[in-house]
Design a binder for this molecule. Structure first.
Ligand SMILES: Nc1ncnc2c1ncn2[C@@H]1O[C@H](COP(=O)(O)OP(=O)(O)O)[C@@H](O)[C@H]1O
Ligand SMILES: [Mg+2]
Length: 230
């Protein structure tokens, strides 16, 4: 297993109140898995994703990546790990407005170890070709459609060849055609051995998963294989 979560819980304290955002969740993710997480709004999906990717630390329990507890990492170490081993796609594409499409895809290489710039450029151009944006490499984000922006984000998420891609409602703001493009590319990545952990409300998107977890009121209520998944 690449990633495991052992009885993780997370609560937030707001004034006098305590909100239990996630309650005693245990799961594991293998290489090449396409795990889909569903559940009503407020059930803890994003909280779970943030814990699994090391953005946040559980109040109790442990998340291990290749057997190493993420809670043992300092902030910088955790950031470097995320930069190198994880890729991220969110519902709304976040791109830097004053950088071109190509420069945005190159961003992950500004952190971490030194890399050969020509090799970086070649790799990022290849990725932009993969996502179908070869003609737009010098454009600025404000001139792109939502679907194109999300494909730039996708290319950027792949830039450092991540082991796991975390996707929180990646198709939530897309039309059906662009949504399918993103889902097909995610599935292709799992066929190449990467793992995908995706939160979604979208029934069409669920079908792309190889397994599904359902959260309700902060707890895992159901585990199963997707009915028509790969
Ligand atoms: N930083 C936070 N501070 C306080 N409460 C939070 C915080 N993050 C999430 N919550 C609460 O935890 C619960 C789960 O939230 P979230 O994981 O965002 O749900 P989902 O992604 O399933 O919609 C919600 O009740 C939410 O209000
Ligand atoms: Mg959410």
């Amino acid at each position: 297993m690449i990633l495991t979560a052992e009885k993780i819980s997370r609560h937030f304290v707001i004034g006098e109140r305590q909100v239990q955002a996630l309650d005693t969740v245990t799961l594991s993710v293998s290489a090449g898995a396409f795990l889909v997480i569903t559940g009503p709004s407020g059930s803890g999906k994003s909280t779970l994703l943030n814990l699994l990717s090391g953005f946040d630390k559980p109040s109790t329990g442990s998340v291990c990546f290749h057997g190493r507890g993420l809670e043992t990492l300092g902030n910088r170490e955790a950031a470097l790990l995320r930069n190198k081993a994880f890729g991220f796609i969110y519902q709304t594409p976040h791109l830097l407005a004053d950088k071109t499409v190509l420069e945005n895809v190159k961003l992950p290489f500004h952190y971490g170890e030194w890399c050969d710039q020509d090799a970086v450029t070649d790799r990022c151009l290849e990725l932009l070709e993969y996502v179908g944006l070869s003609d737009l490499t010098d454009r600025y984000p404000s001139t792109l459609s939502g679907g194109e922006m999300q494909r730039v984000v996708f290319a950027r998420a792949l830039a450092r060849e991540p082991e796991i891609i975390f996707a929180d409602e990646p198709t939530g703001s897309l039309d059906a055609m662009n949504a399918e493009k993103i889902l097909k590319m995610l599935r292709e990545q799992t066929e190449m051995g990467r793992s995908v952990i995706m939160v979604t409300h979208d029934n069409d998107a669920i079908q792309f998963g190889s397994s599904q977890l359902v959260l309700r009121k902060s707890r895992l209520v159901e585990k199963g294989r997707c009915i028509t998944g790969n």
